[in-house]
Design a protein. Structure first.
Length: 628
């Protein structure tokens, strides 16, 4: 009975439709062995339910449909993803857009970067990234364009205010900006600047040109002032007047006198020339009693401009340059002083005049360096006379006097400079003695004594200087020439000191009290030879907002070289600079000597650019800077 109970269920199962789980050996054992599988089977991913040869495990996305499997033919529009790529149609690059060949919109089904949803980009190969049939600049939605600029004058530079982005510059456009005047083909960044034509030819924003740019000959001048002896132009001074400047020249000669001072004004000539016009000549006597030093400064009553000329015999004459006509004798001077107390030394030495407002009344005081003065216990002196002029000058009536009482003083007052060196609002006085020394450092390399403006009253002993710049290298001749200018643009003056014995121009800042060795200079400009450096002039020669230096020098020894004039353009470097490697230079005549020994920087012709006056053997050479 038990056997019959077991057999009945087994028989019942075998009679069920579908798979035969129990059968004789002639019946298939599994659904996989049946053609087309078993209805209601396919529970495993390895099963191929629809019989298309690919299971779910192998990528069949619809195992109930035999026409759906990877790589099956697929076309757009039937709503079925036959090839299991996630898209109705063929999408080989996986960007979810069907290819054009399958009826879709993907124009390049080999690149996922190309599809109707992509952004059109500028490219050299001209690819239609967004498949709209438009390429690069023809497509209004293109991105990645480069700027180009309208070039109306065809000079290769465009107007920077006409910028347009495009894959390639359109007609009339170029890929370079910078044209400051797109109506003139001769105005662009690669054009040479033409001095004084009123146009910014090279579009540098300044409209000026450099008076020294590269190598230049002394004969490549923009004007000359002729003379007959090498002493002409030994001292120079310029001052702005209206739309130009006056230039005072000390030392002109003629048949009947030795010393004199000429005053010139200037106009612009053809081809950018500077044309000098003689305003007047102060004629000295047979002993050269004017012209050893000259200065144009506002020391007349009311702050009027004055011509001051100092002679080798101590004669000091002050003229109103507006009253000069033709040749004027000393007797028509507005103020005159003579006498040994003002004796300035040799007519071949020193730049012994300067001016500044010591009293704060708006009128400049006159500073006179009398390097050759010798008195009771002093060698050399500097005198300060009240501004406003007077019928005569005398040392007893001076506003202040500094006497060269240092133990090593030899020619105190050889160079003088009045400027605010400590940023206290008061002018300070710097006095050079190129041969002096201190007992503590008896090398005789020269020194510069500095006196604070608040103490410039009465008679002052040179030993009471607030600071001393001292050379311990002999012969350095520190104090040969002095200047003051804002070297680094911080609003505070630095002191420029020339030491020709070592061929150096030195710059000192933050002048503290006490002794400062020349090795502590913040900047050194070296010609590297004995008497290599002769002076230091400063001004913004290229109108770029930075101070530039004009440095005259000799090659080797006195009398054996032609001389040179080099421009060091700002921003000026701190530290040590080899001036002989500076590329912007004017070379003198090998047959001459001491070219550039005296120089002056001023806008002579009133065009807005600084010009250069430089001494040469046969007179003065004028080199034009340029502005508007």
């Amino acid at each position: 009975m038990r056997a019959n109970r077991l057999l009945l269920p087994m028989l019942a199962l075998s009679a069920l439709p579908g798979c035969y789980l129990l059968a004789s050996s002639e019946i298939k054992e599994t659904c996989e062995d049946l053609p087309g599988g078993c209805a209601g089977g396919g529970d495993s991913p390895a099963d191929d339910v629809d019989g298309d040869g690919i299971s779910v495990a192998d990528g069949d996305c619809d195992d109930s449909e035999a026409t759906t499997y990877p790589s099956a033919p697929d076309s757009v529009g039937d709503g079925v993803d036959n090839d299991c790529d996630g898209t109705d149609g063929v999408d080989k690059d996986g960007d979810l857009f069907a290819s054009v060949d399958s009826g879709g919109e993907d124009c390049d089904d080999a690149s996922a970067e190309v599809s109707p949803s992509a952004t059109e980009l500028c490219d050299a190969s001209g690819v239609d990234e967004d498949c709209d049939g438009l390429v690069d600049d023809d497509d209004p939605g293109v991105e990645g364009g480069a700027p180009s600029y309208a070039d109306s004058d065809g000079d290769g530079y465009g107007d920077p205010y006409t910028e347009a982005l495009s894959c390639a510059p359109p007609a009339g456009f170029v890929d370079r900006a910078g044209d400051c005047d797109d109506s003139r083909g001769w105005v662009s960044p690669d054009q040479p600047e033409v001095c004084g034509d009123g146009v910014d030819n090279d579009c540098d924003g300044y409209g000026g040109c450099r008076p020294i740019d590269g190598e230049r000959s002394v004969y490549a001048t923009d004007g000359t002032i002729g003379s007959t002896t090498v002493e002409d132009g030994y001292t120079l001074s310029a001052a702005a007047i209206g739309s130009g400047a006056l230039l005072a020249v000390g030392g002109p000669t003629a048949d009947d006198y030795v010393g004199g001072t000429a005053v010139f004004s200037f106009t612009g000539g053809d081809g950018g020339a500077i044309v000098p016009e003689l305003v007047g000549l102060v004629k000295g006597g047979p002993y050269g009693n004017v012209g050893a030093s000259v200065l144009l400064a506002p020391v007349l009553r009311g702050g009027g401009l004055a011509l001051v000329t100092l002679g080798a015999d101590g004669t000091l004459a002050v003229f109103d340059p507006g009253s000069l006509r033709g040749t004027s004798p000393l007797t028509v001077a507005d103020a005159l002083a003579t006498g040994a107390e003002l004796y300035p030394g040799s007519s071949f030495e020193g730049r012994a005049l300067d001016s500044g407002d010591l009293t704060g009344d708006g009128v400049a005081e006159l500073i006179v360096g009398a390097a050759g003065s010798i008195g009771d216990g002093y060698y050399g002196a500097v005198y300060a006379f009240r501004g406003g002029g007077s019928a005569s000058y005398s040392t007893s009536g001076g506003y202040a006097a500094v006497l060269g009482t240092m133990s090593g003083s030899y020619s105190f007052g050889y160079a003088v400079k009045l400027a605010d060196l400590d940023a206290d609002g008061l002018p300070d006085l710097a006095v050079g003695d190129p041969w002096a020394y201190l007992e503590s450092a008896p090398s005789g390399g020269g020194l510069v004594a500095i006196f604070g403006g608040d103490g410039l009253r009465g008679v002052i002993d040179a030993n009471d200087a607030d600071a001393i710049v001292l050379s311990t290298a002999s012969p350095q001749y520190v104090g040969w020439d002095l200047n003051a200018f804002d070297f680094d643009g911080d609003g505070r003056n630095e002191l420029g000191v020339v030491g020709p014995g070592q061929g150096e121009a030195l710059v000192f800042g933050d002048l503290r009290r006490g002794v400062i060795d020349t090795t502590e200079a913040l900047a050194t400009f070296s010609f590297g030879s004995y008497y290599g450096s002769l002076g230091m002039s400063a001004g913004d020669l290229d109108a770029d907002g930075y101070i530039d230096l004009l440095l005259p020098g000799m090659y080797d020894a006195v009398g054996a070289q032609a001389g040179s004039l080099r421009a060091v353009y700002g921003p000026l470097p701190w530290g040590w600079t080899d001036v002989t490697s500076v590329p912007d230079v004017i070379y003198g005549d090998p047959a001459g000597r001491l070219f550039g020994y005296r120089t002056e920087i001023s806008d002579l012709d009133g065009d807005g650019g600084l010009d250069i006056v430089a001494r040469a053997d046969d007179g003065l050479r004028l080199f034009r800077g340029g502005g508007f």
